[in-house]
Design a protein around this ligand. Sequence first.
Ligand SMILES: [Zn+2]
Length: 159
Amino acid sequence: MKNKIDALKLASQPLTGNCSGVYFLFDEQELVYVGEGWNCFLRVAEHTKKDSDKVFTKWNFIEIRTKKERKRVEREEISRFKPKYNKGLYREPFMNNANGKACSICGKWHRLEEYTYGNRANRSYCKKCNKEERAAYRKGGTSAAREYRENKRSKWKSA
Ligand SMILES: [Zn+2]
């Protein structure tokens, strides 16, 4: 038995490092989610857990080494196909990096004007989220504000 295990050990496959890319979850013929990761196998395995809200029957991925390029392709494909489990990340057609960006709380794309308030430009939260976060803070302090942010983010951000 020991020899057998030693042989298995030598031939075993690493879980890391060699499948970095953008992955696609399909429910039959429908593309339902696009994600990226330095290890697609692990990320897809996470989506198969019981508490995952994603239903899919097949998956595939394209290998992309650099994180910057993976993020770019992920955004592009989400924006093109608007898969139903990618909540909020895709932008409206009239928006691009020059005239808008995604709110870091709700994940929705807004025009840049939406991020200028209180005499400051280029904030990271949209007005609505800023207002709601401050309301949470007034009620329960820092921890309530954090809880508000994490709650909203968990609705559209994958871990
Ligand atoms: Zn927002």
